[in-house]
Design a protein around this ligand. Structure first.
Ligand code: NAD
Length: 364
């Protein structure tokens, strides 16, 4: 080969190598941009009414699989969402998710007593897990879920959507920065009404409790993220108006949380009324959200009449996007399993307090 040809070949090889590395970089960028695949486990009201529509609005997620015990329903929903039938699983074939590289995140949307089992199985299948609230029905289950995800080196997030809701975030900021002075009292209500007496929410084996585990948990959460502290003692008492419907689970629970700084939170959790609001009384005025936890129409207020208003977001799309972004970046989620565990421990202490009529000390 003469020198001219040799130089030409070298240049061509150099160009080819350059093109190949550009291709590798482009593929890496594309992989970074590619939405993560989400498997929804359970196709009930939340999945159908909120999560499936929200997935379409996300930037970092896409529907990759459905897990259901009802093949007809699963096929219908899959068809509506352009999901191939091969990506439908049952509770029996769930573990085969391990062989599906399209699934990155498994989102558990089942009755509360099933959260632990499916979280642990998903982690064992090598998937990241996002789990509905309450995280589980006992602190021990929560600890096992955390351990399983740690062992599998996968992230575990709990679907606390209000940690992404701008009005709630602003209330926590005003409290933290003492914009209206030091917070003294937090008044929280997390109440809703439940219809069908045959539903799993009223069956303690499946729900783990009544209004507190389902809706009051938002009030408990709010007291914690607004005070920015962990309670050291809790007290509670129960009332019931419909004894036929609420057997062995709380219809209404009134509770009080004492925080280390002296802040006190008074709460009501109930299945008897529609009421949800978080009101903060500080030295220099009051502020809060009312309604506080609805999917739409959350409204903020401040007693100094400064605005506490933000455009509405899709809370479900936002939380799923945030979790996917954390998974992709290897960054911890702001709603890890440990956060779910803290609430489940407090719920246990609150039920104990209600049962004994005594204040229960809790480790911060
Ligand atoms: P749902 O009853 O509408 O759906 C439950 C799903 O689980 C159904 O698809 C059902 O077929 C399936 N399932 C499997 N085994 C079951 C069994 N043994 N008994 C009953 N159902 C069984 O419930 P949902 O309202 O969608 O709630 C699901 C989870 O989502 C719960 O943990 C709940 O706390 C949570 N949730 C969260 C929010 C929120 O705003 N983040 C709102 C609603 C529900």
């Amino acid at each position: 080969m003469d020198r001219r040809h040799f130089m030409g070949t070298l240049a061509a090889a150099g160009a080819a190598a350059g093109a190949a590395s550009a291709l590798v970089a482009r593929r890496a960028r594309a992989a970074e941009q590619k939405p993560l695949g989400v498997a929804l486990v359970g196709i009930g009201k939340l999945t159908q009414g909120q999560l499936l529509p929200a997935l379409k609005k996300t930037s970092h997620c896409r529907l990759a699989a459905l897990v259901s015990g009802h093949p007809e329903k699963a096929r219908k929903v899959a068809a509506e969402h352009g999901l191939p039938e091969k990506n439908i699983y049952t509770y029996e074939t769930f573990d085969r998710l391990a062989d599906n590289p399209e699934v990155d995140i498994v989102y558990i949307v089942l009755p509360n007593a099933m959260h632990a089992e499916y979280t642990i199985r998903a982690a064992r299948a090598g998937k990241h897990v996002y789990c509905e609230k309450p995280m589980a029905i006992s602190p021990r289950e929560c600890e096992e879920m955390i351990a399983a995800c740690k062992k599998a080196k996968r992230q575990l997030g709990i679907a606390y959507r209000l940690h992404f809701e701008p009005h709630n975030l602003e209330v926590a900021r005003i409290a933290r920065e003492r914009e209206l002075g030091a917070v003294k009292v937090i008044d929280v209500a997390g109440c809703t009404m439940v219809g069908d007496p045959a539903q799993w929410r009223l069956d303690k084996k499946l729900s783990g409790g009544g209004s507190l585990v389902d809706i009051g948990i938002y009030a408990l959460q709010a007291a914690r993220y607004i005070s920015g502290e962990e309670p050291t003692a809790v007290s509670a008492r129960q009332t019931v108006t419909d004894r036929a419907k609420f057997k062995g689970i709380d219809e209404t629970l009134l509770f009080s949380l004492s925080f280390p700084s002296g802040i006190v939170a008074n709460g009501i959790s109930s299945y008897a009324v529609f009421l949800n609001r978080f009101v903060v009384a500080a030295e220099g005025g009051r502020f809060g959200v009312d309604p506080a936890l609805n999917y739409h129409g959350i409204r903020g207020f401040r007693s100094d009449n400064k605005p506490l208003a933000f455009p509405e977001i899709d809370q479900f799309a936002t939380e799923m996007d945030d979790f996917a972004a954390c998974v992709r970046a290897g960054k911890p989620t702001r709603v890890p399993g440990e956060e779910g565990l803290r609430d489940v421990r407090l719920i246990e202490a609150l039920y104990q307090a209600a049962e004994t009529g005594r204040e229960v000390k809790v480790a911060p």
